[in-house]
Ligand binder design. Structure first.
Ligand SMILES: NC(=O)c1ccc[n+]([C@@H]2O[C@H](COP(=O)([O-])OP(=O)(O)OC[C@H]3O[C@@H](n4cnc5c(N)ncnc54)[C@H](O)[C@@H]3O)[C@@H](O)[C@H]2O)c1
Length: 253
């Protein structure tokens, strides 16, 4: 799909991978709405790129409906959705103080998995009503999994489960939307240099980066954004989860 003039929604657009994707889509001519729990951050990126920055809790049905309606009022219904909003948490299933907190597990699933599904259902519902473009395409959805979906480390039970859910969601969604020409893919990033990672001490970042076979460094958010644009551009990419990790395979700890 050619992105020039197309309405796009990027969740988690105020930071990291989402902000880089918003910038890349805007530079390619898309009309971009950045949705984030952190409205100020989304607005700051929007101001820089000429898009729209909106408050949205992806885990909440009403909040997402309201944000999508505001984006559609400004740009028309979106044909592109990039799900980048997400949270990390670390806890053993049974830790020193006993079994893990169930609400903490549910929160990660609610934001990462249910949040991605929430936006997918709403944006796809809008795109289904639009005229097909060149090649019969009506829309493209890209969600963000993680290599943790395949190689979750000890302490990543909630995060890895949420990302494995995104992997499992990709094919049935692509199959369901295929007759309407809406493609669905996901990206499973390895280790990327985002505010999430930048919170770690420099030496920890360096040692994580050195564990990546090639290139031996953390990924750059722009490299994630380049893959999003490649997925949108290439009509044969559908129903697939693409690892973007420099051949990294995470160890148990
Ligand atoms: N950075 C990495 O190494 C890495 C690796 C694999 C996967 N990922 C995934 O990539 C995605 C983006 O991560 P990032 O590194 O850019 O993180 P980040 O923390 O820089 O950005 C995440 C953004 O999501 C927003 N957000 C959190 N909860 C939200 C909610 N309920 N509703 C709306 N917005 C919400 C935050 O405010 C933040 O702006 C996440 O899904 C993350 O799990 C990141």
């Amino acid at each position: 799909m050619k992105v020039q003039g197309i309405a796009a929604i990027v969740t988690g657009g105020g930071s990291g991978l989402g902000a880089a994707t918003g910038r890349a889509l805007a530079a390619a001519g898309a009309k971009v709405a950045l949705l984030d729990l952190n409205e100020e951050a989304a607005r700051a990126v929007a101001q820089e790129t000429g898009g729209l920055g909106l408050a949205c809790d992806v885990a909440d049905a009403r909040s997402a409906e309201a944000a999508i309606a505001r984006a559609a009022a400004a740009h028309g219904p979106a044909r592109i959705l990039v799900n980048c909003a997400g949270i990390v948490s670390g806890a053993r299933i049974v830790g020193r103080s006993g079994p893990a907190d169930l609400d903490a597990f549910a929160k990660v699933i609610q934001v990462n998995l249910i949040g991605s599904f929430n936006l997918m259902r709403l944006v796809a519902a809008g795109a289904l009503g639009l005229d097909p473009l060149e090649g019969g395409e009506r829309g493209v959805v890209v969600s963000t999994a993680s290599v943790a979906a395949y190689e979750g480390q000890i302490g990543q039970a909630a995060y890895a489960s949420s990302k494995a859910g995104i992997v499992g969601l990709t094919l049935p969604a692509a199959r369901e939307f295929a007759p309407a020409g809406i493609r669905v893919c996901a990206i499973a990033p390895g280790l990327f240099e985002t505010p999430m990672m930048q919170g770690l001490p420099r030496e920890v970042q360096d040692s994580l980066g050195a564990a990546v076979p090639f290139p031996p460094r953390l990924g750059r958010p722009e490299e994630y954004a380049r893959l999003v644009l490649a997925i949108i551009d290439n009509p044969m990419l559908n129903g697939e989860v693409i690892r973007l990790d420099g051949a990294l395979r995470m160890q148990a700890r």
